[in-house]
Design a protein around this ligand. Structure first.
Ligand SMILES: Nc1ncnc2c1ncn2[C@@H]1O[C@H](COP(=O)(O)OP(=O)(O)OP(=O)(O)O)[C@@H](O)[C@H]1O
Length: 174
């Protein structure tokens, strides 16, 4: 495990599916020259799973395989990880944890556009109503590095880019 300060910070962007993690991760990665790791895409590409879950229409992620795959990358720093869960990553990996939140009416519309089945939409809306990912993040990381950001409108997205960009610039001056 690396104990020296990373040259660039690692950021986790998490939240219920559809809250805008991938969109924000891609913009930030391009703007600040970070590497974007979309866990769902990585799991599929490297087959870091134990098969397909028909009910939830997603791969059954193998957390140990994902962590083994990413350990070296994360030690380099300058990584933005994008995933709808956060409790099973090593706490040492992240300098900032962003939890995106979306108005459930808007979230419902976004998920419907993806042709998710009713069960999957209801599960995700419940997850957002009961702020399950926010609670997961607060239980898994130091409170001072967990930031809850709204992600309902384009203005929110622009605000989030600015807030996180300022944080990255201030981290580099530490
Ligand atoms: N702040 C925002 N305002 C308006 N629309 C947004 C905002 N953030 C994301 N969107 C839109 O919401 C949809 C979902 O965004 P995105 O795919 O980034 O979500 P996600 O959280 O990564 O989803 P998943 O976890 O399923 O990958 C996209 O159509 C995106 O353009």
């Amino acid at each position: 495990m690396s104990t020296t300060k990373r040259v660039k910070p690692n950021i986790l962007i998490t939240g219920t599916p559809g809250t805008g993690k991938t969109s924000l991760s891609e913009i930030l990665s391009n703007t600040h020259d970070f590497k974007h790791v979309d866990i769902s895409a990585l799991v599929k590409e490297k087959e870091l799973h134990d098969g397909w879950d028909d009910e939830f229409q997603c791969y059954i992620l193998d957390e140990d395989k994902v962590c083994d795959e990413l350990e070296e990358t994360m030690n380099q720093g300058g990584i933005i990880v994008d995933h709808h869960g956060c409790e099973w990553f090593p706490e040492r990996w992240f300098d900032l944890v962003i939890v995106l939140r979306t108005d459930t009416k808007i979230l419902n519309e976004r998920l419907k556009k993806r042709n998710y089945n009713t069960v999957k939409i209801e599960n995700n809306i419940d997850c957002e109503i009961y702020q399950m990912i926010l609670e997961e993040a607060k239980n898994s990381y130091k409170h001072e590095i967990v930031k809850e950001l709204q992600s309902t409108t384009i203005e929110d997205n622009e605000h989030n880019q600015q807030i996180i960009g300022e944080w990255i610039n201030s981290w580099n001056k530490q």
